[in-house]
Design a protein around this ligand. Structure first.
Ligand SMILES: [Zn+2]
Ligand SMILES: [Zn+2]
Length: 311
């Protein structure tokens, strides 16, 4: 009378739980078993995906903000603060938290619930085992690159007249950002920049499904979950306000990190990209005195090159 509506219920044999005795289950790793157990336990894929995405978003976002809030309370970390005189007050952070939570519930809840039907339509898999880790890595690297491109141009647009005054000004309330401020923005901005995060996996799945001659590997929902988690970490960390000797940008010079985005909030102009430094460098939009010096340096070497050619 009570039929399983989870598309993963086929991996169940005799019992209603994921059991190691089962020959299919015994080959799965711990995370794959957890994933399958979640879908089988929920017994409704739409609900399972919707709730999973909502919980991942809330836990990862606020979970990642918490260590930054603790660091703000400890004076020992003050020497790593990019704008050391501007420690956000608890009142300021609390107001920001309430506003972000309200935005999550109002703006993001509906698209999250509609995501599973879209995934089924585009044949985004929820099956176990997961795809090869190198396939997942390549797809996530592609999403990082595309999101950065999208973010750069939309963010640059948001700094133009009407868009700044009516939309992006909200996000620039904090000239010295802190983790929680990452998603503090006008709903139109949350939507527009959110497309950069969710839109490219959707576009990829659409192309993979409809242009089979390209032989693109299928996209798995777990890959999208990992991508969204990494993107959330990147957004929160770039607003943290701290630059440590062990920050990622010290090991990967093209990684933007907090130093890059903090300067954007400080100077209100330049450093428009989200994850990488190359767009601002190549297109001459780096922020602050450092960016200005870099541009001057480039102009000097260009002029010297022209002079040498003439000789
Ligand atoms: Zn901005
Ligand atoms: Zn920002």
């Amino acid at each position: 009378m009570f039929e399983h509506v989870s598309s993963l219920s086929h991996i169940l044999t005799n019992s209603s739980a994921v059991s190691d005795v089962d020959p299919i289950v015994s080959k799965l790793n711990y995370i794959e078993k957890l994933w399958a157990s979640w879908y089988i336990y929920m017994d409704n894929d739409i609900l399972a995906t919707g709730l999973l995405f909502f919980l991942v978003h809330e836990f990862m976002y606020f979970g990642r903000c918490l260590p930054w809030w603790i660091i703000d309370q400890l004076p020992v970390f003050n020497r790593y603060k990019i704008q050391p005189t501007k420690i956000p007050s608890n009142k300021e952070q609390w107001e920001c938290l309430k506003s972000v939570l309200k935005s999550h519930l109002l703006v993001e809840a509906l698209p999250i619930w509609l995501f599973h039907p879209l995934c089924s339509e585009l044949k985004i898999s929820i099956e176990v085992p997961f795809p090869d880790k190198w396939v997942m890595t390549a797809q996530i690297a592609f999403f990082f690159f595309m999101e950065d491109t999208w973010h750069y141009w939309f963010h640059r647009l948001f700094h133009q007249g009407w868009f700044y005054k009516n939309i992006h000004k909200v996000h620039h309330k904090y000239a010295a950002p802190f983790g929680l401020a990452a998603e503090y923005a006008h709903p139109a901005e949350v939507m527009a920049l959110g497309v950069g995060t969710v839109g490219f996996p959707v576009l990829y799945a659409y192309v993979a499904k409809n242009f089979t001659n390209l032989n693109l590997p299928d996209l798995h929902l777990f890959t999208i979950t990992i991508w969204i988690t990494m993107r959330l970490m990147q957004a929160v960390d770039s607003h943290s306000g701290y630059d440590f000797p062990w920050s990622l940008n010290k090991f990967l010079p093209f990684w933007a990190g907090a130093e890059h985005h903090d300067a954007h909030h400080h100077f209100f102009i330049g450093n428009y990209a989200s994850s990488f430094r190359w767009y601002d460098y190549v297109l001459g939009t780096e922020s602050g005195p450092l960016g200005k010096r870099g541009r001057e340096q480039k102009m000097i070497s260009r002029a010297e090159g022209v002079a040498k050619k003439k000789v």
